[in-house]
Design a protein around this ligand. Sequence first.
Ligand code: MG
Length: 427
Amino acid sequence: MTRPAVFLDRDGVLNEPVVRDGRPHPPADASALIVYEEAAEAVRALREAGFALVVVTNQPDVARGTTPRAVVDAINARLREQLPLDDVLVCPHDDGDRCDCRKPLPGLMTRGARLHDIDLARSYLVGDRWRDVEAGAAAGCRTVFIDRSWAERPPSTMPTARAASVLEAARWIIADSGSTMQQLDASPETVSLDALRVKLFADGADLDGIAKLAANPRIAGFTTNPTLMRKAGITDYETFGRRALEIVGGRPLSYEVFADDAAEMLRQARKLAGWGDNVYVKIPVSDTQGNRTDDVVRELTRDGIKVNVTALMTEAQVVRVVDTLQGTRGAYVSVFAGRVADTGRDPVPMMKRSATVCETVPNVELIWASPRELLNVFQADAAGVHVITATHDILAKLELVGKDLDEYSLDTVKMFHCDAAGAGFTL
Ligand SMILES: [Mg+2]
């Protein structure tokens, strides 16, 4: 069976190039090889996502006689000691040589495809030069351009995506490739809450409701938001916040900042976090002007504060936010799947891909937020989402899970009959 690959350029993608006159060159020898710190994580995530990993590199210094082939091979061997790669394919030729492999020609990719049973149409190329992007496109792959502003022309073919590093490229590829994943299986005949891996959180702000749900061992955590708090008539945030923390007994609880500028967000976040180590501070993905809050999230994460980045609706936001959570002790990324569904779009495929993206950074979990019906709990579970947070009225339907449908049908007929009789209708 053929599988997809990620073709990775070497110098400037996996390892630091030597820069002369604004242009990248290979390291002089194996001892000078410096692999980018983020390359290991990128390669690991891509392997886990099922990609073959093939390095494709132009090394014209061999043809020019300035670097022996053995030195190139030694550098590649050192690279493979540090990164689990399936192959490193080298073009040793120079412009003017008759070869089919010097990028922008696609020969290295087509050779890789033959050697490793690779489906080029489902594959990707990551490169930092115009030659890489054009070669990837010529091979029929999608391309990710890491633009390091080298003193040379840009690619004449538009790259499919751009990334700042190989890790960012890997995250984008994982998210993008999910689009071809299989749809979920049809619902099974029998359903039960016992087999669920997704954690159930309760989303609400009335203390009685929180207390009732806290007594249910299936509820693994709690979330609130300013809209729910306002609806519940709360006027004193701190009194409510501290009381709810007592009720939930150590389970995670998210409280949201309401500031709209970075400095005040940071101040509020530190205050909220001070109420307990199980507090996750909700930071909206942007301020009300649409400016990103990435720097706020980074700073809080660096200070060891657990955050819940909220109100996300696109995969691009997920990829970006996950990157700001490097090194976190614990963080949630809340994607409003229900609101996505409200726009007529099926949130399941994007939630599936987003869960994989979250797994590229330790201690980051994806929340399916704003569910619209109980079925979403099962959809979230099947999609590999880590947490679903549901309002108290949706959670009240948990007792219906697995109910016999003939019995439920009869109950419904009886309800209509009873209500008609109660209303005293005549015809
Ligand atoms: Mg390069």
